[in-house]
Design a protein around this ligand. Sequence first.
Ligand code: SAM
Length: 290
Amino acid sequence: MERCGKQENTMKNSGLNADKTEAREFQTPSSGIFFKADRVLCEKTTAFQRVEIIDNAAFGRVLLLDGLVQTTEMDEFNYHEMLVHPACSSHPAPRNVLVIGGGDGGALGEVLKHAVEKAVLVEIDSGVIEACREFFPWLEPALKDSRSELVIGDGNAFVRDTDLRFDAVLVDSSDPVGPSTVLHDEGFYAGLKRILNPGGVIAAQAGSPVLHLDALTAKSLFLKRLFKYSRYYLGPVPTYPVGTWCYHFLSDVFDPLDGRDLRIPAGLKYYNAEIHTAAFALPNYLRCLA
Ligand code: SAM
């Protein structure tokens, strides 16, 4: 079986076809997902990547970076709630939270639903922030929140150099190609461990459990060495390869399976206490990794 998917799709860096009526992501060399483009709202090449935003009748605004779907207006809550709330709801009081990547602002918006004092977003590409500020309605209010701080820079360098400490870190990286490659390395995670407050938690997007199994296997080997609790969990993201996405929960103190009281903000669309428990139930081929 071909296993290319988002993580290795470097065949082209634009999702749009020649007449700009359609955006396609090749999730493997021979299969993928397509969106009719009612309008092309943004297309530009930044120092880091090709940024495209289209309007699609079914999914609303769709953001593609280098031809890979990052988020859509219609299904973003599935991904952003599952990236943020299992970690932030497990921590008794996440006051200082760091988001690495996440230039579309969806993860930051979810973090601000908790009683945080400070939420720092470190995004490498100001071009993504500018485009999403204009075309994704949730980013501007999240950035304007007095608790938010935006840093434009490399997440790996920020983690290496910062004196700040965090109760929760969310890694909302792109897949391991281009500037995001470093955010999937052991050295980066060792750095994250260094900047956690005692009792801190980390959640990271980890890829497709079907198409990226080799990467998930390699990562779990070093993450198990670094953290006492290193567990994968799953959630649906209809517009990501094969529709189910994998996340990592990392902590030296909290086992997400210990049945603790979760502090879940009101008004979420997807995540709740039952989903939390269910998300950590893994198929046999992943269970051996977690
Ligand atoms: N969850 C999404 C996915 O899997 O498709 C990722 C969404 S978010 C838009 C990813 C962001 O990470 C991008 O805006 C990208 O510019 C940013 N990024 C990539 N490498 C980075 C780095 N080294 N430091 C900080 N941000 C980075």
